[in-house]
Design a protein around this ligand. Structure first.
Ligand code: HSE
Length: 438
């Protein structure tokens, strides 16, 4: 074994960074044996130098991350500060000054992954980021390496623990969105400002990364269609249950049937209870991969938290250190297919539509005509009169009409809903939800 240690600079020492430092110390001998050389924490860049950091030599602490990455003797920079800048500039400087990089920064990778990969390749360095998607769950490496000989057609994932916790609570306790969010906040799953999670931005960044790797093309954050889950109601869960489904916020990356394009989207969807992702409870994450030769694979585990995320960072650190010792680099960006990313309107999906309609002759026929005019085939229709709206008024009261469609382009489905809203006999569109996983 080489005795001269590989030097690691840690950028950020919050929940994840402090766990990375702790595990590096606690497992130093094992890590050295697995890598073939000791790894040494050579510097830790932080914003608040005065904070007590147990187990970290205060002499290693600095508030100048730029000077740290430019030192010239750093082998690996571990970036766990998040956000776009200064992370992007620091990673680029790290490459230029001899270091490979391990990052957990999904926002940056989704936005600028191609440029960062190009910089890594230019300087002959590694850029690894297993921790950027779904915490501890191995996904990037299986997609990049284990499935490198296969053809992935679809990736369907629950990649945000906060929203899965909220939806699970709504499903199992009957709580409304706000009540479930309050519980998620009290338990520390949701942040004080939960926008990134509940509006699907976090999941969209992960979808962009997964789609790019799965389909060997470039998918940027702006390419990902996104809808949050704040509008999901208890009534939606009741409708889902009536169909033998639950509701999940899904990240869905698909290759088009003709193979000529890909799509990536994040939105809430009804999912049959028989689908393996339906049983993913609480704040857990899981990703279901469908590939030509392997068939269906599922990756499951904790998608966030200091220790699980540190596990993924440490795995990358070991891989990058091994590459350094072997004077090699691991796989870089693979975007050779150049497949374009299609707009949401071209995605083929199914809708569950719940309408409040006038309960009088001809209404069902009128509604069915709108579907036919948009080329959307109806799978099932369920009508129920609404006792609360049965009066002696001349229109004869109201009924709830639940329509589930067959698969159709999303543009046709959303066009149908718009046209339905324009009918006098449609008093309101109570809910619209896509149905996935069949
Ligand atoms: N906030 C994310 C989640 C974890 O709830 O899953 C970090 O991506």
């Amino acid at each position: 074994m080489r005795t001269r240690p590989l030097k690691v600079a840690l950028l950020g020492c919050g929940v994840v960074g402090s766990e990375v430092a702790r595990i590096m110390t606690a497992h130093a001998e094992d890590l050295a044996a697995r890598i073939g050389a000791p790894v040494e924490l050579a510097g830790v860049a932080v914003r608040r130098p005065g904070k007590v950091r147990e187990g970290i030599d205060p002499a290693l602490i600095t508030t100048d991350p730029t000077a740290l990455v430019k030192r010239g003797d750093i082998d690996v920079v571990v970036e766990v500060i998040g956000g776009i800048e200064p992370a992007r500039g620091l990673i680029t400087e790290a490459f230029a000054h001899g270091a490979s990089v391990v990052s957990a920064n999904k926002a940056l990778l989704a936005k600028d992954g191609a440029a960062l990969h190009a910089a890594a390749a230019r300087y002959g360095r590694d850029l690894y980021y297993e921790a950027a998607v779904a915490g501890a769950i191995p996904l990037i490496r299986p997609l990049r390496e284990s499935l490198a000989g296969d053809k992935v057609n679809r990736v369907l994932g629950i990649v945000n623990g906060t929203t899965n916790f909220i939806l699970d609570k709504m499903d199992t306790t009957g709580a409304g969105y706000q009540e479930a969010l309050d519980e998620a906040t009290a338990l520390g799953y949701a942040e004080a400002d939960p926008t990134a999670d509940v509006e699907g931005f976090d999941a969209a960044a992960k979808a962009a990364i997964l789609a790019g790797i799965a389909f060997h093309t470039r998918v940027r954050l702006d390419d990902v269609y996104r809808e949050g889950m704040t509008e999901v109601t208890s009534a939606d869960f009741a409708s889902a249950r009536a169909m033998g489904c639950t509701i999940k916020l899904l990240a869905i990356c698909e290759r088009a049937a003709d193979g000529g394009s890909v799509t990536a989207r994040v939105h809430p969807a009804m999912l049959p209870l028989s689908h393996p992702l339906a049983s993913v409870r609480e704040a857990y994450n899981a990703v279901f991969v469908e590939s030509e030769a392997a068939g269906r694979l599922m990756f499951y585990g904790p998608g966030a938290g200091g220790s699980p995320t540190a596990s993924a960072v440490l795995g990358d650190l070991v891989a990058v250190c091994r590459n350094k010792l072997g004077e090699a680099t691991g796989p870089g960006e693979s975007a050779y297919t150049n497949l374009p990313v299609s707009a949401m309107g071209e995605v083929v999906t199914r809708y569950h539509i719940s309408l409040d309609v006038a309960d009088k002759p001809g209404v069902l026929a009128q509604v069915a005509t709108v579907f036919a005019e948009h080329g959307v085939s109806i799978d099932t229709v369920r009508q129920q009169s609404r006792p609360d709206f049965q009066d002696t008024a001349s229109d004869g009261g109201e009924a709830s009409l639940v329509v589930v469609t067959h698969r159709a382009p999303d543009a046709a489905l959303s066009g149908t809903v718009e046209a339905l809203r324009g009918l006098d006999t449609v008093r309101g569109v109570a809910s619209i939800m896509r149905v996935e996983g069949e």
